[in-house]
Design a protein around this ligand. Structure first.
Ligand code: ZN
Length: 443
């Protein structure tokens, strides 16, 4: 078999990998490079494939065509609902006469994204349950399993493709969370069984492979949030929380705490609306009856004018944790929306600033504007959705792959994955492989 690194091996984002077995090709993920489109508002963004390619936002899957693989593509398998994994699908899936396949939530997010931007694809969209099975049909048939995995959005999966030469396990993205706040633990049982059958190659998320740690459970993030909300004096203050819109488990914790605080919970912003709508449609938004969602300018103005009159009665949840221009928190900080910020209001970032220069600059400027109002800022009330070095070790031990292929990062991150594998007995260029975009290996 051949494994082609298409995107996400020279940067963090635009993930895409092609597995070639005989006359058949299976694609994993088609993601966006988000730093390329931060600050490009929906209206300015040219919603065409060419426009997105020109911005550098898409994986270079023209590679597939150049190497004569296009007509061999049998399926595009999507691991989870984050934009750096699914966001490219509306733009490039038309090139392939193949199903787009993922868990129900992931596929619903894809549909909602396309409805929102009035896009359509001709591919069949196939939803499978977590731990469900799909068969990719080509010259041969391939059993594909979406093994349940924990991450920072729900219904994430490790994708196992059974080939005549062994199983290829695609592990972008993962964390090993034994106390998830919502959804099931990783399906360790099935991963062990797959190891017993024989994993030929593990393609694995190395975003935090350089970090000597085990990533804490989402239970810990819930504890951090609870600590801020229930042990600080906020009785008479406004409270604004911002977090990742796709983080359904985090949103669930926020809503539960909001109810305990006896506050009315309002969700503001388009991207929150999109992900919560998708979760609701697949029965994965247990908090939906306890929140009200607002998206459009007039609705936002109306509800925020109400909030201003009695701020201590509301919990405002909004977009803007990275300081993104045009997000709700950005507009509040610029007085473009009528929420009045007062001294001692609480602004909680249940998030981490993603370390790219553009995000760091945006967030810095946002905090400066917020601080002019003398608000209290609680940053980094969060734990990551990506495994650290010690999680990577455990995942390799658990799945016992013949070959390890570090992915989801630039050279530094992939090297950290490579070094760990070497420490575990793998040999560089023989059983652990350093890839970059455009590189192919035969195993
Ligand atoms: Zn992810």
């Amino acid at each position: 078999m051949k494994i082609h690194a298409i995107g996400g091996y020279s940067e963090v984002g635009k993930n895409m990998t092609a597995l070639e077995v005989g006359e058949d090709v299976i694609l994993f993920d088609s993601g966006l490079f988000l730093p390329a489109i931060v600050g490009v508002t929906e209206r300015e963004r040219e919603p065409t494939e060419k426009g997105m390619r020109d911005l550098g936002a898409l994986p270079d899957d023209l590679y597939v065509e150049k190497h004569g693989l296009r007509n061999k593509v049998r399926a595009l398998l999507v691991s989870h609902a984050h934009l750096d994994h699914v966001g490219g699908v509306p733009y490039n899936s038309y090139r392939y006469n193949a199903d787009v396949v993922g868990t129900s939530f992931t596929m619903e997010v894809l549909k909602v994204l396309m409805e929102d931007s009035k896009q359509k694809i001709k591919n069949r969209i196939v939803s499978v349950h977590p731990n469900g099975v799909y068969t990719a049909r080509g010259k041969k048939n391939y059993k594909v399993e979406f093994v349940n995995m924990t991450h920072s959005t729900i219904q994430s999966a490790l994708i196992a493709v059974h080939t005549p030469e062994g199983i290829v396990l695609y592990a972008n993205d993962y964390k090993l969370d034994n106390s998830p706040v919502f959804g099931d633990k990783p399906n360790y049982k099935r991963l062990k069984e797959l190891a017993a059958i024989g994993v030929k190659a593990l393609i694995v998320d190395c975003l935090y492979a350089p970090d000597d740690r085990k990533t804490p459970s989402e239970k810990i993030a819930r504890g951090l949030l609870e600590d801020v909300l229930f042990t600080t004096d906020n009785h008479n203050s406004g409270i604004v929380i911002t977090t990742f819109s796709s983080h359904i488990a985090r949103l669930k914790s926020i809503v539960e705490f909001g109810r305990r605080l006896n506050r009315e919970i309002i969700f503001l912003g388009r991207s929150l609306n999109k992900y919560v709508t998708a979760a609701k449609r697949v029965g994965q938004a247990p908090f939906i009856n306890n929140v009200r969602l607002f998206t459009y300018r007039k609705q936002l103005e109306k509800v925020l004018n109400k909030v201003n009159k009695e701020k201590k009665k509301y919990l405002v949840v909004c977009t803007g944790h990275q300081g993104e221009p045009g997000s709700i928190l950005d507009r509040i900080s610029r007085n473009q929306l009528p929420l009045r910020l007062d001294k001692n209001d609480h602004i909680i970032f249940s998030s981490k600033t993603i370390p790219t220069p553009i995000n760091e600059e945006n967030k810095d400027q946002l905090e400066k504007r917020l601080k002019k109002h003398q608000v209290r800022i609680f940053d980094n009330v969060h734990v990551s959705g990506h495994g650290g070095r010690e999680d990577l070790r455990d995942l390799i031990k658990l799945t016992r792959p013949e070959h390890v292929i570090p992915s989801h990062g630039d050279l530094k991150k992939l090297m950290a994955g490579l070094h760990l594998a070497e420490e575990m007995g793998y040999v560089a260029n023989k059983t652990v492989h350093l890839m970059h975009n455009g590189k192919v290996i035969t195993i």
